[in-house]
Design a protein around this ligand. Structure first.
Ligand SMILES: Nc1ncnc2c1ncn2[C@@H]1O[C@H](COP(=O)(O)OP(=O)(O)O)[C@@H](O)[C@H]1O
Length: 306
């Protein structure tokens, strides 16, 4: 215990070399989202017997921009793979068009998590016309949940892939029922936080019906609120097959039927976010919740080694 405390003291001390703008919270309130330094924790560091500062190839600091940090000034410590720091496990839920896609992009940009969207995994199967895809499409067209035997293993396998394990994950659109939540618990997969985006229902229908995808860039537009920048882009926009008014109403109905059951599984770690404000303000709420979670971890790890 004594030597651990000593090590952690030294590690904390050496953190200051990671960024010229370091402050106790700078890893959490990172002005440059690409530096990813907020992912570092004391457990990210192990000593090595060399005076240079090495970077592991899979490390969060392996981002090219992080090489600009003045690492030369930090002798004797090796920044170990991010797997050493416990990666974040985040679930995000919300009605169709509640803004999950936009927020997931902002979260992954800042926190470097692997975004896993159950709907996207299913659409890949549908597009490939696999057996599962053909079955899934029948349910998706009706706005109903695809049966667990298709969805559960698909999501579990994605969560257990090395990138999700190393970087942490952001799971979007799963679980949508208590049985899906229970299946993950049975596999020993627990999130750190469950984020619920709340948007009034009237706004949701309008958002869905006007939603379009640019298949070339993956960018999502809204014909009224976020129209394409040029005629050329407008001409290639596509609409999701289930983004019609009739189908969104069915999807909303399914969502309301299931959300309470899922919430009861995660009530202790649920954070409700007002999704009916500008996307930056929605993200600010999520960012604050994730920051608090990381700070809490830091405090807990400090109290364990004190
Ligand atoms: N976890 C899941 N379990 C069962 N079906 C799902 C799940 N996630 C997505 N689906 C199916 O895929 C459809 C599209 O999902 P998604 O892309 O997340 O959009 P939405 O936010 O409109 O539900 C859903 O309406 C449902 O039929």
């Amino acid at each position: 215990m004594g030597s651990n405390s000593c090590l952690n003291f030294a590690i904390t001390h050496h953190c200051v070399y990671l960024s010229p703008s370091f402050s106790p919270n700078s890893k959490l309130h990172n002005p440059n989202p690409n530096h990813n330094q907020f992912l570092l924790s004391r457990s990210s560091f192990i000593p090595i017997a060399t005076s240079s500062f090495a970077l592991h190839s899979n490390h969060t600091l392996s981002h090219p921009r992080s090489k600009k940090l003045p690492l030369r000034n930090a002798p004797n410590f090796y920044v170990a793979a991010s797997a050493k720091a416990v990666p974040l496990k985040v679930m995000i839920s919300g009605a169709p068009a509640s803004g999950k896609g936009t927020q997931c992009e902002l979260i992954t940009q800042k926190y470097g998590l692997v975004h896993i969207a159950a709907g996207d995994l299913l659409r890949v199967e549908v597009a490939a016309a696999s057996e599962n895809g053909k079955r899934a499409k029948e349910y998706m067209e009706k706005g109903e949940l695809v049966p667990d035997e298709i969805v559960v293993m698909m999501v579990k396998e994605r969560l257990l892939q090395p990138d999700s394990q190393e970087k942490g994950w952001l799971l979007d659109g799963y679980p949508r029922s208590s049985s899906q939540a229970a299946a993950l618990e049975d596999f020993g997969i627990h999130p750190d936080i469950f984020i619920l985006l709340e948007v009034p229902e009237d706004n949701l229908v309008e958002r869905v019906v006007g939603r379009r995808l640019d298949p070339l860039t993956g960018k999502i537009y809204h014909l009224k609120y976020s129209p394409p920048e040029s005629e050329e882009i407008a001409s290639r926009l596509t609409q999701r097959f289930d983004d019609t008014e009739e189908r969104v109403k069915l999807r909303l109905h399914t969502h309301h039927q299931n959300v309470e059951a899922v919430l009861s599984t995660y009530k202790d770690i649920t954070v409700k976010v007002n999704g009916n404000v500008a996307k930056e303000n929605v993200f600010a709420q999520i960012d604050a919740a994730l920051t608090e979670l990381l700070e809490q971890r830091e405090v807990n790890s400090g109290s364990l080694t004190a």
